[in-house]
Write a protein that binds this ligand. Sequence first.
Ligand SMILES: NC(=O)c1ccc[n+]([C@@H]2O[C@H](COP(=O)([O-])OP(=O)(O)OC[C@H]3O[C@@H](n4cnc5c(N)ncnc54)[C@H](OP(=O)(O)O)[C@@H]3O)[C@@H](O)[C@H]2O)c1
Length: 285
Amino acid sequence: MFSYAITGASKGLGREFVRQLAADTTNMVLAIVRDPESPGIFEIASSHSNVHVIKGDVTDPKSILEAASAAAVVTGGKLDVLIHNSNAVDMASMSFNPTQIPFDAQAIRKIFDLPLSTGVYGGIWTTNAFLPLIEKGIQKKIVHISSGMADLDFINKSGVSNAVAYSIAKAGVNVQVAKYAAELAPKGIKVLALSPGWVETWEGRLTFILKAVMVETDIIIGEKPSQLIKANDALLKLFQVAEPELKGQIQPQESVRKCLQVIERLDAETSGLFLSHNGDNTRWF
Ligand SMILES: NC(=O)c1ccc[n+]([C@@H]2O[C@H](COP(=O)([O-])OP(=O)(O)OC[C@H]3O[C@@H](n4cnc5c(N)ncnc54)[C@H](OP(=O)(O)O)[C@@H]3O)[C@@H](O)[C@H]2O)c1
């Protein structure tokens, strides 16, 4: 029996990790969410006795320490795999290129705050809070969900110049992962930065990644709006510059299935790397 904890499990890829891992009834799955009542995760938890929903905000050190304590009670003090998946961005500035970032200290902090708080600070607090459990686990794996948008070759080839704070924060996550891997190797702990590919996680709202190519739009709830489809096509064209074979987004089921295969293969050799769901550092889609 293996135990898994996933942050940002209320929706999107986080919830899909919970769903796929919970399908193996020998697994124990801890879904870390800001709101334990959020309908998506509540539904999975009520139909799977091996899913435990735990309240935790990764941007709040006290909250994530409490989440780790609550997790320890459920698992008996140990954890095999931690997946730090939470992410948030400032939607209003996602379409900005670097030269559009204003000469305004408050404004620049606002642009960088969410991706740094969730990915970088949140990544450190979550890792440190759960580390005592991971040390007692069998698999000893820590995975941070990153993005191909932080890969230098990809940026240079595709020419995607926006999503600045998001991409910089994910690049920070990648370095952070390498630092943890270097420190924790003597304890047999493996750490990985993992990009999930380009994934359709739209749930009646704009995804951050699509917002990046839209000049102006409102958040729209309901059916996928035509401007979103247009933005998706624009992004696809940019991505195809780097990867001409790319047809479009993949579904969360495929992304998570492949991510779990990469996590399964994670060992001392691959610890510290930044890999895609395809298991290498060249194919980001
Ligand atoms: N989708 C893609 O194409 C794609 C591509 C590359 C990388 N990624 C990465 O994959 C991961 C998941 O992406 P996604 O598309 O599934 O994103 P998503 O649908 O926006 O979900 C993000 C998750 O993060 C949680 N979260 C936000 N702020 C949080 C906080 N302060 N504390 C705890 N949880 C928080 C959200 O929970 P709430 O419901 O509480 O807000 C939500 O569950 C992210 O790290 C993202 O950067 C995604």
